[in-house]
Design a binder for this molecule. Sequence first.
Ligand code: NDP
Length: 401
Amino acid sequence: MAKVLIIGAGGVGRVVTHKCAQMRDVFDEIWLASRTKSKCDAIAAEIDGEIKTAQVDADKPSETADLIRKTGADLVINVALPYQDLTIMDACLDAKVQYIDTANYEPLDTAKFEYKWQWEYRERFENAGIMAVLGAGFDPGVTNMYCAYAQKHLFDEINYVDILDCNAGDHGLPFATNFNPEINIREITARGRYWDEGRWIETDPLSIRADFDYPEIGVKPSYLLYHEELESLSLNLKGLKRIRFWMTFGEKYLTHLRVLENVGMTSIKPIKIKGVEIAPIEFLKEVLPDPASLGPLTKGKTNIGCIVEGVKDGKRRKVYIYNVCDHEEAYREVKSQAISYTTGVPAACAGRMVATGAWSGKGVFNIEEMDPDPFLKAVSDFGLPWKVVELDPDKAYNLPE
Ligand code: NDP
């Protein structure tokens, strides 16, 4: 049996806590800590059985390490914000416990989406004899594992990957982001990038569009974006020639975003107002709806998956591996919409893998370096079943060749 400490009591933290509570066969003690303890207590009150709560400022490694020691946790699931990744990793090194997260470290002042800072911890984790598993949400996370599964079972060599992320949920509000607005807007307004024959090709933000027909949803305009899993997958997939990432956005959402960008509200550069330094995007976050409040409002489905093309037994092969998740069903089960659900279920399942020893190692690993089989089984058992559909390798399915 293991003790788990979850850090971060936002939309994703809520789902991770609910899901860990469904894994009492593995976790005999569950702690939820965050900057605002009352948010932890509210989540704990939704769940049968004890969830212990605590206040922590995860920007402070020694405070976090003290909490880890106090709880006796064997592993930490970090679902605070990407800004806290390194300080929580420092705390895990100090207290010698395993670490899991769902998003790469981001410095506050630059939008980079790079693993380099966390990869620099490899030696320290190896020397401490503990493991860190990076990117254990849905994308990155499950999408990486669909690729790892394809590499292990379906292909001798993978040449092309397109990751397709569709959120067809409708919350009825004029504009809201479905996870942390700061991170979400940073990601979308950045220049696009994909990996082609060993080189990164840059594109203007949202300048490449493909109208893809998502199973159980229909045709949705999808835009090429850079997304962090491209960095690790381009290194970890054998024979890869190209990998791209696509995300759907509605016209209304894009119009709001364009206006906010044009008036300077999405900038991450701090400005001084009445003696107070604040980045416009931080201010914007405060006036936009809290993503957690979208749960009861959102209807519709998400479809996230990968089209993988390569060679098997000397023949070309193309498969589509995906999950469909329903916002209202997710809310009924754990009081969160599907975006938080699809992130929190895999994070809890990664915790299960580490706690049971299904995954082990010393160092810092991207999730696709772990065995996909027990993980994908758990992800399916705990609410996110997936399908593998055989496609015609001669067809492009509306994606640019
Ligand atoms: P939220 O903003 O809803 O929640 C973040 C939580 O972290 C809040 O409870 C916040 O506390 C807490 N927090 C922030 N700073 C600190 C700190 N210094 N110390 C302690 N707690 C802190 O975000 P989400 O739940 O939507 O997202 C959580 C993570 O999941 C993010 O890193 C996000 O990038 C990632 N994510 C990953 C996805 C994937 O598929 N891989 C998809 C979606 C999200 P407070 O309430 O006091 O502000």
